[in-house]
Structure formats: structure tokens, C-alpha cells
Design a protein around this ligand. Sequence first.
Ligand SMILES: O=C(O)C(=O)C[C@]1(C(=O)O)C=C[C@@H](O)C=C1
Length: 301
Amino acid sequence: MSRIAYFGPAGTFTEQAARSLADGRELVPVETIPAAMAAVRGGEAELACVPVENSVEGPVTATLDGLAEDSPLVAVAEALLPVHFTVLTRPGTETVRTVASHPHALAQVRHWLELNLPEATTVAASSTAAAAVAVCEGEYDAAVTAPVAARTYPLRVLAEGVADVPDARTRFLLLATPGTLPAPTGADRTSIVASTANRTGALAELLTELASRGINLTRIDARPIKGNFGFYRFFLDIEGHVAEARIGDALAALKRRCDVRFLGSHPRADGVRATVGEMATDEDFAEAATWVEAVRSGRQA
Ligand SMILES: O=C(O)C(=O)C[C@]1(C(=O)O)C=C[C@@H](O)C=C1
């Protein structure tokens, strides 16, 4: 049976996302995001499930860095989960002095902690479920976790439905080694990472290549190129599938300008159909290509 390595241990939001994408595959927890990616690169798992962006805290930087470095991986599917937290303690805990969780989770409950546990010190854990494990082992007094962790670990629920921002969401990717792409659906997302030269207008030129082909951008994040102070990579998510003419044409244009890594084209979890700018449909591109052919072959003045 094929396997999905997910950012664990058991009881993370990522496990929930992996379950929703599993399609009968075996789920295998690993401790870190780089370990999930390494499992796919090393062939121990066919797929990896990792978080990529949260509507409150933004990008999951370990995922972005892992996608830009080492051998290529591509996203073949995604899941979008609503994020509200459960706070767990050991049965019998009377005073909460330390609260542990993933930094993204702590950032999403900052106000709740200020109001409800103002004396407690927050501690970063590798994941929400790793924090629950640490509470079980007596290392910390409370953990901010996914609701599912309350069923996974023998802990007491101190609070449920905790979220500073009511409709917070996290998006997760299912990653594979490059192979057959998922078929276009009309509601797809294409992701790339581009490293531009450090000169005036370089980023504007990349964005213009997209805009002039009627392509809508859904996310842009910059990450430093490590060991090269002041130099950045740009992660771009765009609406559409590389099989569509305007997207293929834009990627070819970007490739001529800078270093580009393709990170996949896959259906969007929210089903939002791509906005296609004026004169940018596949038919428009095909008509224009036919005209150029005619000009080249002398059939058209
Ligand atoms: O620690 C977990 O449960 C995770 O799956 C990670 C993660 C994240 O990286 O953003 C996922 C969703 C929540 O936003 C908080 C933590």
C-alpha cells in the first residue's frame, strides 16, 4: 500500500488534512516538515502532507524553504482546514505556568492567552501534537492543540473552540516527486519559485509577464536565499494550470528571465475557478498562434 508521510506526531492539524486526502493510503507520522519531504525524496513514502499557509500567520517557512532546496517536489493536491484550537492539560493540573505549541498556533491564540492565562509562559514546540506529548510527559502544563489531539492523548480539555480570528484557515499540500500532473479542472492553482537578479525592476518585470497574460496571482512570499545576504526567492501562486496556454506561455517567459522551479499545478480545495483576463483564453492563444504560422508560411500578408 502506498504511504503518506505527514507532519506529526499523531493529532496534528496536518494529520487531519492528510486523512482528508488519503484515499485509502497508509498515514505515517514524522516529526518535522523537512522529514516529511525527505521521506518522499528518499522513496520511503509516495506522498508528503505539510502545511503551507495560514490565514492569520502567513507562510509556513519550513515548507517554502524545503520546496526551494534539494531535489524538486510538486504539489498534486491541497486541503483547506478551519483552524480553532483546544487547550489541554494533565488531569489534576491546578495552575498553568507554561503553555506549549507550534509557533503558528501560539500566534493564533495570543489574545486568548493574554486574557485567560496571563501568568503563563509560552513555549515553542515542533507541532501542536508534540506539545501535547510534552504535556503528557510533564514537561509543560498546557498545550494548544488541534481538536483531534483531545482524543489522541489522555489529557483534560481546559478550553475548546479557541481562536483570536474566528474563521482562521490553514492550507496544506500533498507533495510528490515530479510525474504525471493532475488534470486541469478550471479551478486550479500553479505554484513556482523564482530567483531574480538583484536589479531595479526585476520583480516588477516578472509580475508584468503574469499580468499581461491575464493571470491572477493568489500569493507572493519572499524568502531569503541563505548564505547570500540581501538576496531573495519569490514564491508565487497563480490561478490556472500549466496545461493552459496563458500559464505555459507565462512560465516560459519567466524561465527566460530568471531561475524558476515549478512546484505543481493542482485543483484548488476551495473550488474557486480561475479568473482569465481578456484575450487570454486557450482559444485566444490558439488563434494567435495559427495567425503567426500563416504569416510565417506566406499565407497571410
Ligand atoms: O502543529 C500542527 O498541528 C500543524 O499541523 C502545523 C500548523 C501550522 O504549521 O500552521 C497547522 C495548522 C495550524 O495553523 C497550526 C499549526
